[in-house]
Write a protein that binds this ligand. Structure first.
Ligand SMILES: [Zn+2]
Ligand SMILES: [Zn+2]
Length: 374
C-alpha cells in the first residue's frame, strides 16, 4: 500500500438498545473476519466533553468510568490501528496504543491519550453520542453502523491515511505498533526511539558497500569518488539522527536562551556540539558510561584529531571541490597537504571514519535514552 491510500475502518456496528425498564444498553458487534477492536471514550451526558478513556476489561469484570456518562466506541481500522493528532505539533500518526499517556513520535511531547484524539474520531464519537440521544429521545433502538455512515454521509467518513513507515517498538515489554511519516520516530507507548535499528542498518549497508568497492574496483579515481561520498554522507546521516534525538532533549527543563542554543546546535560539527552537550547535559558523543544492560563505549582521545581532520575534509569536499583552502589548513591541523591541493581520502580513512561516527551515534542514543534513568 502506498502512502496516502485511504484505509477503511474495519466494518462493525454499535447499537444502543432501548428497554423501558433498564434504559439504554450498548451492544457492539463486528461483522469483519479480520481485526476488530474498539476503544471506548466516556462522554459527558450533554455530549460536550470527553471525560475519559475506558480501558478494555476481561469478561466478568466491569470497567470503572465516570458516572453518569455516555460510552462511545471508536473502532480501529482494518490494521488494528487508530489515527492520532499530536496536541503539541499537530502532526498525524497511527498506532495501536490509545489508552493512557502517549508520546508523539515526531516531537517527543507526552500528553494524555485523549489529547491525541484525531478529528475523524471526534466525528465518530459524535455519531455514537447522537445514536444514544436518539434512542433516549425516541425510546427505541438506534444503531451506528460504520459502513453505512461511511457510504451515506461523507462528513462521517471514518478512514485514516496510511503513513510512510510502519514500526513495532523493539522493547520486549512494549511492542506498540505505529505508522509515521518519515523514518525516525518515538514509540507512542514507551517513548523509545526506533532510530537505533534503522541507523545501524544504514551504517551496516555502507560498510558492506565499502568492502565491495575495496575488493572489486581497481581504478583509483573511481574508488576515491566513493570514499569522498561516504565521508560526506556519514556526517549527514549522523546529523539527521542527532536532530531527531535532540527533540527529546528539547523537553528538558531549561532557560529560553539554552533552548534556543540547543535548537541551533550544529551537528555537522560533532566536536563543538559535543562540548555543548557535555556542558549543558553532562552527556558526550565520545563516551557512553555504561549501564546494567549496555556496556561502556568510548571514542578514544587519540581519534579526536582524526575526527577533526575528516570533518574539515568533508567541509571542503562539499564547499570547495575538495581543494585545500586557508580555513582547512587552520582548522584541520592537517600537515600532509598544501594550499590548493586536492585532498585524497584513503579507503582505510573512510572506513575508520564511518566506524567512529557509528560509535558517536550509539553514544548519543544511549546517553539521550538511558543516561537520565535513575
Ligand atoms: Zn508532536
Ligand atoms: Zn515502545
Amino acid at each position: 500500500m502506498e502512502f496516502g491510500d485511504k484505509i477503511g475502518a474495519a466494518p462493525g456496528k454499535v447499537e444502543y438498545l432501548y428497554s423501558p425498564s433498564k434504559g439504554i444498553a450498548a451492544q457492539i458487534s463486528g461483522s469483519s473476519p479480520g481485526i476488530f477492536a474498539m476503544y471506548m471514550v466516556a462522554v459527558s451526558m450533554d455530549g460536550r466533553r470527553l471525560l475519559d478513556e475506558i480501558p478494555a476489561t476481561g469478561i466478568g469484570t466491569t470497567a470503572v468510568y465516570p458516572q453518569p456518562s455516555v460510552v462511545t466506541y471508536i473502532q480501529c481500522d482494518e490494521f488494528g490501528m487508530w489515527g492520532r493528532n499530536c496536541p503539541a505539533c499537530q502532526k498525524y500518526f497511527r498506532t495501536n496504543h490509545i489508552i493512557g499517556g502517549t508520546c508523539c513520535p515526531y516531537c517527543a511531547a507526552w500528553a494524555p491519550g485523549l489529547a491525541f484524539m484525531s478529528k475523524d474520531q471526534r466525528k465518530y464519537i459524535t455519531a455514537c453520542y447522537d445514536a444514544f440521544a436518539r434512542a433516549l429521545r425516541e425510546k427505541k433502538d438506534a444503531t451506528v453502523e460504520v459502513a453505512n455512515i461511511t457510504d451515506r454521509n461523507p462528513a462521517w467518513h471514518y478512514s485514516e491515511l496510511k503513513q510512510q513507515l510502519h514500526f513495532e517498538c523493539s522493547h520486549v515489554d512494549c511492542r506498540a505498533q505505529t505508522d509515521i511519516l518519515g523514518d525516525y520516530g518515538y514509540c507512542p507507548r514507551c517513548g523509545r526511539t526506533n532510530a537505533r535499528k534503522l541507523f545501524l542498518e544504514r551504517i551496516e549497508k555502507m560498510l558492506i558497500r565499502w568492502e565491495d568497492v575495496d575488493n572489486t574496483i581497481a581504478d583509483r579515481r573511481d574508488r576515491s569518488e566513493v570514499w569522498d561520498d561516504m565521508t560526506k554522507n556519514i556526517v549527514g546521516d549522523f546529523e539527521y539522527l542527532a536532530k531527531h534525538l535532540r527533540k527529546k532533549l528539547l523537553h528538558f527543563p531549561m532557560t529560553p536562551n539554552r533552548l534556543k542554543r540547543l535548537e541551533e546546535l550544529n551537528f555537522q560539527q560533532p566536536l563543538p556540539a559535543n562540548e555543548s552537550l557535555l556542558q549543558w547535559f553532562d552527556i558526550s558523543l565520545l563516551t557512553w558510561p555504561g549501564s546494567g544492560e549496555i556496556p561502556k563505549r568510548i571514542v578514544p582521545d587519540s581519534d579526536v584529531p582524526f575526527i577533526k581532520k575528516m570533518v574539515q575534509r568533508r567541509h571542503i569536499l562539499i564547499h570547495n571541490g575538495g581543494v585545500v583552502d586557508q580555513d582547512y589548513l587552520s582548522f584541520s591541523a592537517d600537515t600532509q597537504v598544501v594550499l590548493g591541493e586536492r585532498v585524497r581520502i584513503r579507503s582505510n580513512e573512510a572506513k575508520r571514519f564511518i566506524e567512529i561516527v557509528r560509535t558517536m551515534a550509539e553514544n548519543l542514543m544511549d546517553n539521550v535514552e538511558h543516561g537520565f534513568e535513575e
